[in-house]
Design a protein around this ligand. Structure first.
Ligand SMILES: [Mn+2]
Length: 431
């Protein structure tokens, strides 16, 4: 029996109030879609089967390099974090797994994580290693790099850390390792591009050698930051080279915030799908850089265009296509639970809208070079308000019609603030 963090009655009372309106809206949308020969039940069914993993680090308040302003009831440890993640899943029914970060989520016995997750009905998605900061008591520093470091002993330590992440992951049922490194340089001439990439590849191969048969490894590219002149894994091209060099279990992870402004991310996604190397996503949104804002909050159309590529791949049964969906965000001015609820819904919204694209018509317009109608075909799907589908999907799985309203009605944050001591703010640094 799954332990519910929010009283079931709170959710059902809030749902009662909204049930009549939802039924009317759902019926109206169903009739509208039926005119285009789309069965709303089929779309709702697909949305119900679409899931995205929540990052354990996302339920704590984030910050910028200037400051962090903690909110009430901050999770004290990974068990509190899992409780918060369970709330998000209880209300959205879209986030049954959590992505852990080591060493932040390390406990003496990883089986305790599994037991706590099981009780809450949560599983574990990809493990994230951390060689971009120094853990207390760590022998070698990553100040000048980790997997690509000039010093062999430092590289060895970074490799061992990744192997430890795999080991912990195996104990809790994870099946993937995500590797993002902060390695790079701040000044021209500081590092030799070729040598540092050679060292990185050698280290990654050492990790890959120990990857269990049924696991996948995701490498994540990022054009800049924390290194400001160059990073070792800077773009999708380099990422593709890595995945190809390593082998069949290696894939590229696309974090939407890790590109130059105006880069055509949906096209990168299409290329990686075409060559069987798309591993998955870190969803978030941004205006200027790696802002880690809520998915779909700034540019929902871009999110839709990414999903248009994903549904296209699903539609033509692309080979080696099994992307992992994960959120990677930092919540600085909102209640992290509310931001993650909203993000999970926005990601499902983009998926539902992409499912409405008339692909046969689109292909015809593309073949006829009818640019306007091809563009209109995408626009027609994007303009459709699919909220009744999303709400119905949540309701049918026992979630909330309006999850943020139900969350606020529950008083969850107030309640946990009573047992979790207030965190003092201050120093900068994203957590
Ligand atoms: Mn990321």
């Amino acid at each position: 029996m799954t332990e519910q963090r929010i009283a079931v009655e709170t959710v059902s009372t809030d749902n009662e109030k909204r049930m009549g309106a939802l039924k009317a809206d759902y019926e109206a949308l169903g009739a509208r879609l039926a005119r285009d020969s789309i069965d709303i039940e089929v779309v709702t069914g697909k949305v119900r089967e679409f899931f995205v993993a929540v990052p354990s680090w996302g339920v704590g308040t984030g910050g910028t390099r200037f400051a962090r302003f903690p909110g009430p009831g901050e999770p004290r440890n990974i068990f509190d974090k899992l409780d918060d993640c369970a709330v998000i899943h209880q209300l959205t029914r879209a986030t049954p797994t959590v992505s852990l970060h080591i060493p932040w989520d390390k406990v003496d016995d990883p089986r305790r994580l599994k037991t706590h997750g099981d009780a809450l009905g949560l599983g574990f998605d990809a493990m994230n290693s951390n060689t971009f900061s120094d853990a207390p008591g760590q022998e070698k520093s990553y100040k000048f790099g980790s997997l690509s470091h000039t010093d062999a002993a430092t590289r060895r330590q970074a490799i061992e850390h990744n192997l430890e992440c795999i080991e912990i992951g195996q104990a809790i049922g994870s099946k993937a390792l995500t590797v993002w490194i902060g390695d790079g340089s701040n000044f021209p001439g500081q590092t030799n591009f070729t040598r540092s990439f050679e060292r990185y590849l050698e280290s990654m191969k050492a990790i890959y050698k120990h990857l269990p048969e049924d696991w996948r490894i995701f490498s994540e590219h990022k054009m800049y930051e924390p290194a400001f002149y160059s990073t070792v894994v800077q773009d999708w091209g380099t990422n593709y080279l890595i995945a190809t060099e390593l082998g069949d279990k290696a894939f590229c992870l696309v974090d939407l915030g890790h590109h130059a402004p105006n880069v055509n991310i949906e096209m990168i996604v299409a290329r990686l799908i075409q060559f069987g190397k798309l591993g998955g996503f870190h969803f978030n949104d941004s205006k200027y850089g790696d802002d880690d804002l809520d998915a779909g909050a700034v540019d929902p159309h871009r999110l839709f265009l990414v999903f248009n590529e994903l549904v296209d791949a699903e539609h033509r049964r692309a080979e080696n296509y099994r992307p992992a969906h994960m959120i990677d965000q930092s919540h600085n001015v909102t209640d992290p639970i509310e931001s993650l609820i909203r993000s999970a819904n926005e990601i499902r919204r983009a998926y539902a809208q992409a499912l409405l694209v008339n692909r046969t018509a689109l292909e015809g317009y593309q073949d006829d070079n009818d640019a306007l109608m091809a563009s209109e075909t995408l626009k027609a799907a994007y303009r459709t308000d699919v909220e009744p589908i999303l709400a119905m999907a949540r309701l049918q799985d026992g979630g909330a019609i309006d999850p943020i309203a139900a969350y606020r009605a529950s008083g969850y944050r107030r309640n946990v603030a009573e047992e979790r001591p207030a965190v003092v703010g201050g120093g900068g640094g994203i957590v």
